[in-house]
Design a binder for this molecule. Sequence first.
Ligand code: ADP
Ligand code: TMP
Ligand code: ASP
Length: 255
Amino acid sequence: MTRRKQIYEGKAKVMFEGPEPGTLVQYFKDDATAFNAQKRGTITGKGVLNNRISEYLMLKLADIGIPTHFIRRLNMREQLVKKVEILPIEVVIRNVVAGSLATRFGMEEGTPLPRSIVEYYYKSDKLQDPMISEEHITCFGWATTQDLDDIMQMSLRINDFLQGLFLGIGIKLVDFKLEFGRVFNENDEMRLVLADEISPDNCRLWDSKTNEKMDKDRFRRDLGKVEEAYQEVARRLGILPEGAPGDIKGPQTVQ
Ligand code: ADP
Ligand code: TMP
Ligand code: ASP
């Protein structure tokens, strides 16, 4: 194994220096945490599946013109990405009431929203990711109004596209979290790109017929069959790693 410089170890991934300047290797672990790492565990095979699922979704998003950090998958657990300056903001897009939205307003989980809601949270484990507004973001210099316009436009486009993609395989995209980062070109011009990952770790995915949860809520809420849920998402997307049980080719359309 080649020796690489570790840049950062997070809760779900390790970031290494990449082979070329301006790149990073993103290593997906099986570690799972919830409630700002107060709950810790392992989801066997999660890293392999999230690496594949995030690759698949980032490539699909690139196809529709969303700039992303993804360059290529390197192996079962690693992908090469553009190194970005991550904005300290978690962008949450919601289509159905669930999780903290249900708690905050005492609303029933599963209630469809009349339109999608975009929320911002400050990315700080120490402060437990407090919810923030555009005012905080622009006042504290985390992003400009123009950046936020771009982020909102990309987030809604991503939501529209992913809602359709998941619906096609019998999955309701209830909500999800995105991270964006800055990249600079040789003329020092800045561009915002989608970074981090999109996977069942940071999406709520419910079976569209039964509303069965197929995401990290199974771990957060001790619902059991956690590994199976991640596998089922990969299976329906048609991207189970080769040789895995139920390996199939191409997405499986559900009527
Ligand atoms: P956390 O930091 O919340 O524990 P992870 O374990 O997923 O999360 O660690 C990955 C870290 O790398 C995150 O903090 C994420 O913001 C950051 N990151 C994701 N993509 C990139 C990128 N392209 N360039 C730089 N940092 C990134
Ligand atoms: P929430 O309902 O707990 O606020 O979560 C909204 C969405 O964001 C859900 O799909 C899970 C995801 N999420 C993360 O990816 N990281 C986090 O730290 C939290 C709290 C939520
Ligand atoms: N970000 C949470 C944690 O820090 C994980 C989650 O609930 O998704 O553990």
